[in-house]
Design a protein around this ligand. Structure first.
Ligand code: ADP
Ligand code: MG
Length: 479
């Protein structure tokens, strides 16, 4: 029997506001424990939550970016449960009336195809605090700095059919929330985490199988590994006549396995009810239009523009779209320049990315910023230096303020285009290698690269390659 995998993801994106969703306490990461939780975050008696306008703006941005229904009158609800790091005994979330309703994204898959993934809803909620188990021998600490941090929970339909599709979707949402500046996407700090709902069913069956939910996956690799493990586990159970129980599981990356955390509470265990402290959240068309007006260009539109306007291949366009900063860097390199866009794309995808990887550095912090790379590429394009020398200049520019022109000047790297100078070097090489000349003339044409290399070396890499080739061929023929 063959099995079909079904996956739906719940993604928690931490909204990038400076203060919390219902209070003025800071959301900055990494502060001393319990220095950033105020009376509202703790839910002390007599306090009142007030919605941060920034989170409403950000949720609407997400709705617009995913072509979603935006709820004009949404509602906050209390989700009641007990947890040591949830001091109020309930979490303020949205249940029946989420701010963002049905939407969708079109996901580019690694095999080059596209797939539409439907989004059920995206709702606002507050994060809980954090239990710290490893700091003390005999007790657990609670850090409430994270309590009240704004989250947008993005719930997908069970539309994905493999770990690959789930990862592609999660990556796309990750890129999108960063593009529209609503989440910093930092997965190590927990700003973007996924819960994967996984089930299997016999191929051809329309009814969904029983799902397990794997909580808090904070890397794309773990997401993929956890799903693969879980699918195997469920198929093994079913094939040995057992059944899958609906439950919450945790992924252990050291053991590369999932294990049961708790059996799934029914939704109504939470006794959701509208939060009496918060009136319905009402937004109008004027507000939605104002958010629309300040939205950046969406990634899918920008990608199409890169292909149409700059004549880039789909692969190059995708590589540059990896994150917004790279796409912006690319366009900044081209600003005021006349060289082909493809030259800039090649350099960013090749040389620059390689260097950034090596230095473990982001493009925003690249030592060579876009205008300086643009000047270097202009010198390659106008023939002042070859592409190869360009790489050397690039290395020299890194870590300094020097311009490409300064370095070319200082190091005397200007390409030699004076044909008599190139001829003289060729004559020397020919005179020094009589036996190779004879072999070449005898038909061993592969030796051409030997001569090119020798002349290039003599010119310290500066001879114009086109001229060198041309003159060399002529001279070898007549030598
Ligand atoms: P809960 O709060 O219980 O996790 P939600 O409705 O918020 O429930 O989220 C359910 C998630 O699980 C959604 O992403 C949905 O697409 C997915 N899902 C529901 N049923 C299945 C199933 N049988 N197999 C895989 N995913 C499922
Ligand atoms: Mg869930």
């Amino acid at each position: 029997m063959s099995w079909e995998t079904v996956i739906g993801l719940e993604i928690h994106a931490q909204l990038a506001t400076r203060s919390k969703i219902f209070s003025g306490a800071s959301t900055a990461f990494g502060a001393e424990p319990n220095t950033q939780a105020c009376a509202v975050d703790l839910g002390l008696p007599g306090v009142l939550p007030v919605v941060n306008a920034g989170v409403v703006n950000m949720a609407v941005r997400f709705g617009l970016a995913t072509d979603a229904h935006i709820t004009k009158r949404s509602q906050f609800a209390r989700k009641n449960y007990f947890y040591p790091d949830l001091p109020k005994g309930y979490q303020i979330s949205q249940m029946a009336l989420p701010i963002v309703g049905e939407g969708a994204v079109t996901v580019s898959l690694p095999d080059g195809t596209e797939k539409k993934i439907n989004i059920t809803r995206a709702h606002l909620e507050e994060d809980a605090g954090k239990s710290v188990h490893d700091l003390f021998d005999d007790c657990t600490g609670v850090d409430l700095n994270r309590a009240g941090t704004p989250l947008l929970e993005i719930v997908s339909e069970p539309d994905m059919r493999s770990a690959v599709e789930a990862v592609a979707y999660a990556r796309q949402i990750h890129a999108l929330v960063r593009y529209i500046d609503i989440c910093d996407g930092n997965m190590q700090e927990g700003s973007f985490r996924c819960d994967a709902n996984v089930s299997v069913r016999p191929s051809g069956q329309t009814e969904l199988g029983t799902r397990a939910e794997i909580k808090n996956l904070n890397s794309f690799r773990f997401l993929e590994r956890a799903i693969l493990y879980e699918v195997d586990r469920q198929i093994d159970l079913l094939e040995s006549g057992q059944s899958v129980v609906q439950e919450t599981r945790l992924y252990d990356s050291d053991k590369d396995e999932t294990r049961s955390m708790r059996s799934k509470e029914e939704a109504n265990d939470y006794r959701y009810f509208p939060d009496p402290d918060l009136p319905p959240l009402v937004i109008d068309n004027a507000f939605i239009d104002s958010v629309k007006a300040e939205m950046p260009e969406l990634p899918q539109l920008r990608r199409a523009r890169f292909i149409n306007d700059y004549k880039l291949s789909s692969t190059d366009a995708s590589a540059l779209m990896g994150d917004k900063a790279t796409a912006e860097y690319f366009e900044a390199v081209l600003e005021g320049q006349t060289f082909p866009a493809k030259l800039a794309a090649n350099w960013i995808i090749g040389e620059l990315s390689g260097r950034l990887n090596k230095e473990n550095c982001t493009i925003e912090n690249a030592s060579v910023q876009a205008p300086r790379l643009g000047q270097l590429l202009a010198r390659i394009d106008d023939g002042t230096i070859s592409g190869k020398i360009g790489k050397q200049v690039f290395d020299d520019m890194w870590g300094t303020d020097a311009s490409a022109d300064d370095i070319i000047e200082q190091k005397g790297l200007k390409q030699i285009t004076d044909s008599s100078a190139i001829e003289a070097m060729i004559d020397d090489v020919i005179a020094a290698n009589p036996s190779q000349v004879a072999e070449y003339q005898g038909g061993k044409e592969k030796l051409l690269s030997f001569f090119v290399g020798a002349v290039m070396k003599a010119s310290k890499g500066k001879a114009n390659p086109g001229q060198l080739n041309q003159i060399l061929r002529d001279k070898l023929k007549n030598a």
